[in-house]
Design a protein around this ligand. Structure first.
Ligand SMILES: *[C@@H]1O[C@H](CO)[C@@H](O)[C@H](O)[C@H]1NC(C)=O
Ligand SMILES: *[C@@H]1O[C@H](CO)[C@@H](O)[C@H](O)[C@H]1NC(C)=O
Length: 502
């Protein structure tokens, strides 16, 4: 099955993380991207293209999942629909927790019950390994009939548990009177469904009825507007996660709808995708540095790691006001590039957002601009040309100063009186196979035909698209390695002379 981030409501940019700068990272949308199924040998499932997660419990085992990210403060929402019918003896836990004996923990636990009898919603807060702060509630609705939203707001001052937006419990920071408060240990989100009929329902008197198994609980609409903890630091600036950005050149704005990179004399900025991908169709809208952008380069590319990496590049070489940007493209396979093609654009890329897309499947790589293909790099392994197909890649982008070469070969320098230079990104969409723990989210080599992602996996250029690509190449191409006889005195690369001309 292909996993995609296609939920149209999702602020897609939140799937990217900024390398420089300071920001709140939120994550909305695709459960594949946010969670690992950690327990239950197939009893935990992610369905509907990442929109739904289910846990189930039978006599042999329960099941569970955990978030890929660790968080240090955040507002975390999830919709749950609990085990219906006779759920007595079962417990569904949904909680945040850090590791180790002095861990912190913020708990929702749902204690099942006989059909028609009320669930108990149990809450607790642990700080530095100490809990014993239970509060229990009945709910004012049947939590098994429909999805309801359970939220944890965790900031340095307080923890608020909410149900469908109604706060049910507040745990304040009382450090001033000697009560430890969870604020130094990053936590993951966990959930599990298991058998606890020794205590869960009426103190253990009512046992699990295994004739009703499997028991299933469902999860959807996960949203984490949170500070992601990674490599011992928080994605949020010091202690004020609510300021979207205060320093650094990379920002995520408008609730995750917009990302900007900027460059000043001290530094450029960049971001990378949280996910690694192995094949996909990846779209992003960019609006480039306006005005006098000479000397600046905005790169937007896919790349794997290491000396024999693969890479698929868009690079935008800035220019003086009114002079055309150069769109530079390249393909590296197994560490070898030198496959440049350069274009002028048929519009001003700084006036508005335009879509830049990379289609990467086992047969071909297609670069497109506003849906018009500008370059195709075909798989020519049959004539000995390595093709990127074994190394998962992340998406990267950066804006930096390259005035030693970028504009008219380095003759025009960056005018720092115009700084900061800013490029903007929006409408990120990755219809792609996500690579995780050595495996692809796409089944072997055939993504699910039920998902739209099946199309791109075998997509090729139809005759109309080929005509459009020819139009671009005839009118706007300014450099093509395939025709640069000066540079390759030993002869043109095989993929250029073959019928598979790229
Ligand atoms: C189950 O229902 C009984 C009877 O209404 C109630 O006393 C109890 O609190 C409910 N919940 C659990 C988890 O026992
Ligand atoms: C900048 O403009 C000049 C003059 O139009 C052009 O020759 C050049 O290709 C443009 N782009 C870059 C990156 O130098």
């Amino acid at each position: 099955m292909a996993s995609t981030s296609t939920s149209n409501l999702s602020p897609k940019l939140l799937l990217l993380s900024l390398l420089l700068g300071s920001f709140v990272v939120a994550s909305v949308g695709n459960l594949y991207q946010d969670f690992d199924l950690t327990w239950g040998d197939g009893r935990a499932k992610i369905l509907n293209n990442g929109q739904l997660l289910t846990l189930s419990l039978d006599k042999a085992s329960g099941s569970g999942f955990q978030s890929k990210n660790e968080y240090l403060f955040g507002k975390i929402d999830m919709q749950l629909k609990l085990v219906p019918g006779n759920s007595a003896g079962t417990v569904t836990a949904y909680y945040l927790s850090s590791q180790g004996p002095t861990h912190d923990e913020i708990d929702f636990e749902f204690l099942g019950n006989l059909s028609g009898d009320p669930y108990i919603l149990h809450t607790n807060v642990f700080s530095q390994g100490k809990g014993n702060r239970e509060q229990q509630f009945y709910l004012w609705f049947d939590p098994t009939a429909d999805f309801h939203t359970y939220s944890i707001l965790w900031n340095p001052q307080r923890i608020i548990f909410s149900v469908d937006g109604t706060p049910i419990r507040e745990f304040k920071n009382s450090e001033s009177i000697g009560v430890p408060f969870p604020k130094n240990q990053p936590m993951r989100i966990y959930s599990s469904l298991w058998n606890a009929d020794d205590w869960a329902t009426r103190g253990g008197l009512v046992k699990t009825d295994w004739t009703q198994a499997p028991f299933t609980a469902s999860y959807r609409n996960f949203n984490a507007n949170a500070c992601v903890w990674s490599s011992r630091s928080s994605s949020c600036s010091s202690t004020s996660p609510s300021s979207t950005s205060t320093n650094g050149g990379a920002k995520i704005l408008d609730n995750g709808q917009l990302l900007t990179l900027s460059l000043d004399k001290t530094s450029g900025s960049g971001f990378q995708s949280k996910n690694e991908y192995m094949f996909g169709k990846i779209d992003m809208q960019l609006k480039l540095v306006p005005g006098n952008s000479a000397g600046t380069v905005t790169a937007y590319y896919l790349s794997s790691q290491g000396p024999t990496h693969d890479e698929i590049d868009f690079e935008f070489l800035g220019n003086l006001s009114g002079d055309p940007y150069i769109l530079h493209t390249n393909v590296f396979s197994q560490g070898k590039g030198n496959r440049e093609q350069q274009f002028y654009l048929w519009f001003d890329p700084t006036a508005n957002f335009h879509s830049y897309s990379i289609l990467w499947n086992p047969q071909r790589i297609i670069f497109s601009v506003d849906g018009t293909p500008i370059r195709e790099f075909k798989n020519s392994e049959s004539i000995g040309v390595p093709y990127p197909k074994n190394q998962p890649m992340r998406i990267y982008s950066s804006l930096w100063n390259a005035d030693d070469w970028a504009t008219r070969g380095g003759l025009v320098k960056t005018d720092w009186t115009q700084a900061p230079f800013t490029a903007s990104y929006r409408n990120f969409n990755a219809d792609a196979c996500i690579w995780s723990s050595g495996a692809s989210s796409c089944s072997s080599t055939t993504p699910s035909s039920t998902s739209t992602s099946g199309q791109w996996y075998s997509q090729e250029l139809d005759s109309t698209s080929q005509e459009r690509m020819k139009w671009v190449q005839k009118n706007y191409m300014i450099y093509n390695y395939c025709t640069d006889t000066k540079r390759v005195p030993q002869g043109l690369p095989p993929e250029c002379t073959a019928a598979t001309m790229s």
